[in-house]
Ligand binder design. Structure first.
Ligand SMILES: Cc1ncc(COP(=O)(O)O)c(C=O)c1O
Length: 373
């Protein structure tokens, strides 16, 4: 018997999925059981720090996970196939153009491992941007080149292209932490012009929140560009950050190269079934966008009244200028039980703020007013 185990009933209860979750064995009671589920963040803390979805996964995803309890003893091949089929259908691509990942983080890591390093070439990325791929590339021995965003917070594609030579160019669109977009025509031209010897990874983690006419997904361009890879995630609009599921889209040869660096079965059966069910729930996206829009509008209006300007946001977070160093503000907000985004050194006066539920944004506004008074 595993003395570190926890009964399914306890587990379901702790995860808040209800006592109705299948209970297949009598509960095992163990004295002084070590914690297997982390204690929730300090009660009352408003968490606006990680661009998570405050509403969580679709009810269809919860149901699918409950139904999957009985197949947790099996490797997830069939569940992989189901999800790959759905992603292929939705994006009008073939199955061999898809690689699933343990979050889109795994896709970013696979790209760094496959396409950067002392022989493969350097990584070129914006500054500021989502940093994880910079770290993965450094770990592969690659040089990392950072190119500042333009004055309109777009990727400076001509400079990024000029800095690249083989290797990999990372374009985060919408960009984290600025929530800004790189216009679709600029990106399309850039992809067309870039030498096929240089790989381009477009990270579309926040794709579902972008509604600007100047924005588009580049998945449809993959068929014409063997050097293009697109990353997507179920962590954002689908509310599955804790479950871990994402995917990459590229041409079959590129996918094959990336598979070479991948662990077998890196996505677990719960995440796979939840992701498949999420794709069947169109309301998850529509409602998620609408609730994000409403709470974002409220927050921007309140910040505007206080005289703070935000970078135009196309995501479930905003970045705004605090007009003084943000680090002490982050700390003061923490003392008021409001967790906000970390420092992004390129913009030392800017705060990245995740859009939570309306009540959470009201709590933020109230604490921020006190901190800035
Ligand atoms: C731009 C971007 N890409 C990728 C990720 C990684 O997300 P995940 O591994 O949860 O899919 C994040 C997480 O916040 C992100 O902001």
């Amino acid at each position: 018997m595993n003395t570190h185990s926890i009964s399914r009933r306890q587990f379901a209860h702790l995860l808040g999925v209800g006592a109705a979750a299948a209970i297949v064995r009598p509960r095992i009671t163990i004295a002084k059981e070590p914690a297997t589920v982390p204690a929730p963040a300090k009660p009352g803390v408003v968490r606006l720090s990680a661009n998570e979805n405050p509403y969580g996964p679709s009810s269809k995803a919860h149901d699918a996970m409950k139904n999957a309890h009985g197949i947790c003893n099996r490797y997830p091949d069939e569940a992989n196939d189901v999800l790959i089929d759905k992603i292929a259908k939705i994006n009008d691509i073939n199955r061999d153009q898809i690689v699933l990942g343990d979050g889109s983080s795994e896709i970013l890591k696979l790209c760094a491992e496959t396409f950067t390093g002392p022989t493969e070439g350097k990584l070129v990325a914006a500054d500021p941007t989502f940093e994880s791929i910079l770290e993965y590339s450094k770990a592969c021995g690659a040089e990392v080149v950072k190119v500042p965003l333009t004055g309109s917070y777009a990727h400076d594609l001509p400079k990024m292209g000029a800095s690249a030579q083989k290797g990999l160019i990372y374009v985060c669109n919408p960009n984290n932490p600025t929530a800004s977009i790189t216009p679709k025509n600029d990106l399309r031209d850039f992809i067309a012009k870039t030498s096929p010897a240089t790989m381009i990874l477009v990270d579309e983690a926040y794709f579902h929140y972008a509604d600007s006419p100047d924005y588009e997904s580049v998945i449809p361009l993959v068929k014409d560009h063997p050097n293009l890879i697109v990353a997507r995630t179920f962590s954002k609009v689908y509310g599955m950050a804790g479950l871990r599921c994402g995917y990459g889209v590229a041409q079959p040869d590129t996918i094959k190269r990336m598979h070479g660096f991948q662990m077998f079965d890196s996505v677990n059966i719960m995440a796979l079934t939840a992701a498949s069910a999420s794709l069947d729930d169109a309301d998850q996206v529509t409602n998620g966008r609408k609730m994000n829009d409403d709470a974002r509008k409220f927050t921007l209006t309140e910040l505007g009244k206080m005289g703070y300007k935000s970078i135009p946001s196309q995501a479930n977070f905003i970045m705004f200028d605090c007009r003084k160093p943000v680090v002490p503000i982050i700390q003061a907000m923490k003392e008021k039980d409001v967790a906000v985004g970390r420092l992004f050194p390129a913009y030392p006066n800017h705060m990245r703020l995740t859009i939570g539920k309306q009540a959470e944004m009201e709590a933020f506004v109230s604490a921020f007013k006190q901190v800035m008074a």
